[in-house]
Design a protein. Structure first.
Lengths: 287, 366
């Protein structure tokens, strides 16, 4: 008879320790702060769920959350169709494939803060290439440090520039995995280009697109560095996304309790939306 | 339904083919009659799929013409040729139901729903998939998926030709047989011209009335399964068809007679043309028997393949297979091999060079 032993757990221990140190313990500290009040000197007072109530009822949080959803919605609605369109028009074989792939990967290789700084300089009205061109050549008044609309256009454009490639590369991977026979059969069946897209390409891309949208949702929902470097959340509060607001509360005002409560709520929202989306998208595959 | 004519067809995947070897398909002239069942048989890379894609219009040939009922269709795209093709891997539209899959080619051509319904129901009944019509096609088993992709070809009432590109590759062995007989039955019911591409001789020989054997981009023989078996036009056909394949023995010609390992071997009939070149004797293992006298040989291996025994012998440095029934000699024993004369052929440079003795011809003893 086979004897059961529990030795396998020892193999999991190192990973468990690692995860504990870089995720669980920091997170428990946050939980700790979120239910207490401190005035320094390591003196804590029990606060219960007061901070959570305060955050959930605050207009400031609602506004930042609204901006956050707006931002994520805008970049998804642009990046996903654009990414698919670019992937569809990329060559499937030949010399230009690696060229296209490298060109596509380039923006993703640039660090976040550099992207922010690049676009900051790029859009300066008097010396930036784009800013100067818009203001002095086309005569369009454009200054993102003054105009909230311009600020929004800039952060959205910047994200599209930085991250559409991810959708492109994943969609492309899905596209090249479709055997030629599908296209040949569609041709013989007299299918239109739209039908080929709708019934062959889109279904075959579904899995990778799900991953792409999930990644883009999580990344954009947690975005911090790029808009912070670019606009600093301004003008006013117009581009203060959740993460920027969170850092302002935590490090600017040093309200550690409310900031901790807010990060937990923030985390819960990200988790919930990701889970909902993934469950809905994959529910067909299960049965 | 149509008669298909291939005229002086050649194809190269290179833009500027220089020598003969640059052609994936060497010059082909063929006539396929309306309603026939044909098979293209050959090893991987022999050009059979290239030929199929040229007929379906997925590939435009470098030279030559394809005619359907005398009309040149060489430049027409696949959807205007009215052909159907079933691929190696079942192609189905995952997100659609089985019904919608079958209806797809008709709806794309703008048929009204009443016609679509009638045709889909008829085809579904023919393929025995009626009870799965409402199911999502993605969940079907490979053999049912392949049936659906066949159905999409047959659902159009006016198809000129239905082509099968190794359609049973991904099907489980026990279902292969079922699907194969289904195909044969379908051919008898729909009366469409069908072309079946395969490297499996059993599939080709059971499906087709006429088999086209290809090698290295060339058609080596066209014939009925019986013709291919009894009178291979080329040693390649002898090899490729039959299990085990034909025995090919290098021989010398002396005064118009074939000599192998010092023994004169009686041929079926006179040798045609000037037999200068590499000469070989070809005889199927089925027509080699163990006898009291004849070609001396040593038994090297005996394999029982069920109804028969394959006795592998060695004579004159060559391996000779004999298919026998009943008690087989032991390994290492010395035997004599007799060749049935009317089945003993001579090949010059690979091509058949003997003609059968005329009807009144003498039947010499082997």
């Amino acid at each position: 008879m086979k004897t059961e032993n529990q030795k396998a757990w020892f193999f999991v221990l190192p990973v468990l320790a690692l995860v504990a140190f870089n995720a669980l313990i920091p997170m428990m500290t946050v939980v700790n702060y979120s239910v207490q009040e401190t005035f320094g000197d390591n003196v804590f007072f029990w606060q219960g769920l007061d901070w959570f109530q305060q955050i959930l009822r605050s207009d400031r949080f609602h506004a930042a959350l609204g901006r956050q959803f707006m931002f994520t919605f805008l970049i998804l609605i642009i990046e996903v169709p654009l990414g698919i369109a670019i992937a569809l028009s990329m060559p499937r074989k030949g010399f230009w494939v690696p060229v296209c792939l490298v060109l596509m990967a380039l923006p993703m290789l640039i660090p976040w803060n550099v992207v922010g700084a690049m676009w900051n300089i790029f859009t300066l009205p008097d010396i930036g290439l784009l800013g100067y061109f818009l203001n002095h050549v086309l005569g369009i008044s454009y200054d993102m440090t003054q105009d909230p609309v311009a600020a929004w256009v800039t952060i959205v454009t910047m994200d599209v520039w930085h991250w559409t490639s991810l959708v492109v590369l994943l969609s492309y991977a899905g596209l090249v995995s479709i055997p030629d026979a599908y296209y040949q059969a569609a041709k013989i069946d007299g299918a239109s280009n739209w039908a080929v897209f709708r019934f062959i390409q889109l279904p075959k891309m579904k899995t990778v697109l799900t991953i792409a949208i999930l990644l883009r949702f999580m990344d954009s929902f947690n975005i911090y560095t790029e808009p912070f470097v670019l606009t600093g959340g301004g003008p006013g509060n117009s581009t203060t996304l959740l993460s920027i607001d969170l850092v302002k509360i935590a490090l600017g005002q040093f309200d550690l309790g409310p900031a901790a409560a807010m990060s937990l709520i923030y985390f819960a929202i990200t988790l919930l939306v990701s889970w909902l989306f993934y469950t809905l998208m994959t529910k067909d595959d299960l049965n | 339904m149509a008669k298909i004519t291939l005229s002086k067809l050649r194809h190269s995947y290179l833009s500027t083919p220089k020598s003969d070897s640059d052609y994936a398909l060497k010059e082909i002239d063929l006539d396929w009659t309306d309603g026939g069942a044909y098979a293209l048989l050959g090893p991987s890379g022999c050009g059979k799929s290239t030929l199929l894609n040229i007929i379906s219009g997925l590939l435009v040939p470098s030279e030559g013409q394809i005619l359907f009922d005398g009309n040149d269709v060489t430049a027409l795209p696949p959807d205007q040729r009215n052909i159907a093709q079933v691929f190696q891997f079942p192609v189905i539209y995952d997100t659609m139901t089985v019904y919608d899959n079958l209806a797809f080619p008709l709806r794309n051509r703008g048929r009204d729903e009443a016609t679509v319904h009638k045709r889909v129901m008829a085809i579904a009944e023919m393929l025995e998939v009626t009870e799965m019509l409402e199911q999502k096609a993605a969940g079907l088993s490979p053999d049912n998926k392949q049936k659906i992709s066949m159905g999409r070809g047959l659902v159009r009432e006016d198809v000129n030709v239905v082509m099968f590109d190794e359609p049973l590759t991904v099907i489980d062995p026990h279902l292969k047989w079922k699907l194969r007989s289904k195909l044969k039955e379908l051919h008898q019911r729909v009366k469409a011209t069908m072309i079946y591409v395969t490297h499996d001789q059993t599939e080709a020989l059971t499906f087709a009335d006429q088999v086209v054997v290809m090698q290295l981009g060339e058609v080596v023989q066209i014939g009925t399964p019986v013709e291919l078996f009894e009178r291979p036009a080329h040693t390649f056909v002898g090899h490729f068809i039959g299990s085990p394949g034909m025995n090919i023995l290098p021989c010398e010609l002396q005064h118009g007679a074939a000599v192998f390992a010092g023994q004169q071997i009686a041929l079926e009939g006179p040798i045609r043309g000037a037999a200068d070149g590499q000469t070989e004797i070809g005889i199927r293992p089925e027509f080699v028997s163990l006898a009291d006298h004849g070609l001396p040989a040593t038994v090297t291996k005996v394999s029982d393949i069920g109804r028969h025994t394959v006795v592998e012998c060695e004579a004159g440095g060559c391996r000779i297979n004999a298919v026998t029934e009943g008690a087989a000699p032991e390994r290492g024993s010395a035997v004599h091999l007799a060749f049935r004369q009317d089945m003993t052929r001579l090949y010059v440079d690979g091509w058949l060079a003997t003609a059968p003795a005329n009807a009144t011809g003498e039947q010499g003893a082997a």
